[in-house]
Design a protein around this ligand. Structure first.
Ligand code: KIV
Ligand code: ZN
Length: 514
């Protein structure tokens, strides 16, 4: 079976999803999990886009050893230089340069003639090749480009040194039949195509990203790009877990395989969902809550008699087990640390101390501590930025009654160490807490989005809250989990504020040339 490279762009295109704002530590956590998942290439970000992105890409490239780390760059020297500075410490550095090739983009966005576009692309690839061993070049909006122009520019960029040619369906417009023909045409007509790998990068605006990726593979693509859970710009990207599982389950139809460790899929999906705040729909293929649930009596009866009657994928294949109770109140630090490792978390001493304390606290409140609960504790935000001055929730109380206006009293430590206390009201308990926090926090705060979920099942399930705020005009997202909904809400709000403080702090004290 032929191998298809998996190029994961969860940390770049995925992070471009509206409302997603991962910090450096979260990106690193996801990168380590992607490495365990077995991706061949991970796109860690867009180094020239911001100082924060530069630093995150650099840290990931310097840390990850099991796969190639790449970063996005526009076709100019400044972006390519920034990418090199961020990626040069990587195990197998590569750059991803893009330039639009469709008439609509060349005319209205780039305002360049096709000849100028060819010249810019060739210059950029040549410049990048002086630094990078691997140069990937993307023809942005390839699927709405003229085929003969594509053939022409691809030949030139391969001559200039590109070894991967990516043909994105940037706006999710194409169909399986059309994208197949495009890949076939390029394969048959670019004279030096044997010196490059063809790659597909499909968006899901018409819900065809996965089918289009599979059609591209059947017509010559040997690299597929996508994200975990299909997150990404607008309607998202092709869901990598769906492509990998489709190739595995339909081996009778497809003669290709990826190197993904399928058992790591569920854990990767959970981590990405939790850290980005993008919930996986219950009916989502492969990783949705209901993907393996059989509701109708006829189906249940069939599955009990013979699972293959209605189950084409086994939950175990993608790493879903019964979420058994793993640790109890008598479990010690060592067992906790080992379990954390099994769940994919390497804990330093401070994090271990805090996470273990949260675990012990939880064993006193909850009958069963499940893998989901442990995952929540281990991705909790309260120990982030240990050395940084930050807001900390000391205590709060809410008075609620169906005929009274809810009132919250909050005691908070400010970044300068002073303790402050106030009370305020709201239409509901969460609003009362947020109004009070607004009074206590020295910034202009606006709540833009609020999401509440339960982690696991049962009355004693943990609550998880994701919020989006603007803090002094800057977008910020935050998350918090606790057994109580109101406490989780307060933590999420404070977490969003602390993130912007942290960014300010790093920008003030760290100087990196980009
Ligand atoms: O969708 C797209 O065209 C992209 C490029 C930058 C590759 O994400
Ligand atoms: Zn894209």
């Amino acid at each position: 079976m032929a191998h298809v490279n998996v190029f994961d762009t969860t940390l770049r295109d995925g992070e471009q999803s509206a409302g997603v704002n991962l910090n450096r530590l979260e990106k690193l956590e996801i990168a380590k999990q992607l490495e365990r998942l077995g991706v061949d290439i991970m796109e860690a970000g867009f180094p020239a886009s911001s100082q924060a992105d530069f630093e995150a890409v650099k840290e990931i490239a310097d840390t990850i050893r099991g796969c190639s780390v790449t970063g996005l760059a526009r076709s100019n020297k400044k972006d390519i230089d920034a990418a090199w500075e961020a990626l040069k410490g990587g195990a197998d550095p590569r750059i991803h340069i893009f330039l639009a090739t469709s008439p609509i983009h060349m005319t209205h966005k780039l305002k360049k003639t096709p000849d100028e576009v060819v010249e810019t692309a060739v210059e950029a690839v040549k410049y990048a090749k002086e630094k990078f061993k691997h140069v990937q070049w993307s023809a942005e909006d390839a699927c709405r480009s003229d085929l003969d122009f594509l053939v022409h520019i691809i030949e030139k960029v391969i001559d200039a040194g590109a070894s991967v040619i990516n043909l994105p369906d940037t706006v999710g417009y194409t169909t399986p039949d059309e994208i197949g023909k495009m890949f076939r045409y390029v394969k048959d007509n670019v004279p030096n195509i044997d010196q490059a790998i063809l790659s597909a990068h499909c968006h899901d605006d018409l819900g065809m990203a996965v089918s289009n990726s599979l059609a591209a593979i059947e017509n010559g693509a040997r690299q597929i790009e996508g994200t975990i859970n299909g997150i990404g710009e607008r309607a998202g990207n092709a869901a990598l877990e769906e492509i990998a599982v489709a190739l595995q389950i339909r081996q009778d139809r497809y003669d290709f395989q990826t190197g993904l460790v399928l058992k790591e899929i569920k854990r990767t999906s959970d981590l990405v969902s939790r850290l980005t705040g993008m919930q996986v729909p219950g009916n989502k293929a492969v990783v949705g809550r209901n993907a393996f649930a059989h509701e109708s009596g006829i189906h249940q009866d069939g599955v009990l008699k013979e699972a293959s009657t209605y189950e084409i994928i086994t939950p175990a294949m993608v790493g879903i087990d019964s979420n058994r109770m793993v640790l109890g109140k008598h479990s010690g630090r060592h067992a906790f640390k080992e379990k954390a490792k099994e769940l994919g978390f390497e804990l330093n001493e401070t994090k271990l101390k805090d996470a273990f304390a949260s675990f012990k606290d939880l064993t006193g409140k909850k009958k069963e501590v499940t893998d989901d609960d442990l995952f929540a504790i281990l991705t909790d935000t309260q120990t982030e930025y240990e050395d940084q001055p930050k807001y900390q929730l000391k205590a709060f109380q809410v008075q609620y009654g169906s005929i009274n206006r809810p009132t919250a009293t909050v005691l908070l430590t400010r970044p300068d160490g002073t303790e402050v206390e106030k009370a305020n009201t709201g239409e509901g308990s969460v609003e009362a807490i947020y109004n009070t926090l607004d009074d206590l926090i020295e910034a202009d705060l606006h709540l833009k989005d609020y999401q509440l979920n339960s982690i696991g099942k049962g009355r004693d399930a943990l609550a998880e809250v994701h919020v989006q705020l603007t803090v002094d005009g800057q977008k910020a997202s935050g998350r918090g989990s606790a057994q109580d909904v109101l406490e989780a809400s307060a933590h999420a709000f404070i977490n969003a504020v602390n993130r912007t403080l942290y960014q300010k702090y790093r920008n003030e004290y760290k100087q990196v040339q980009v």
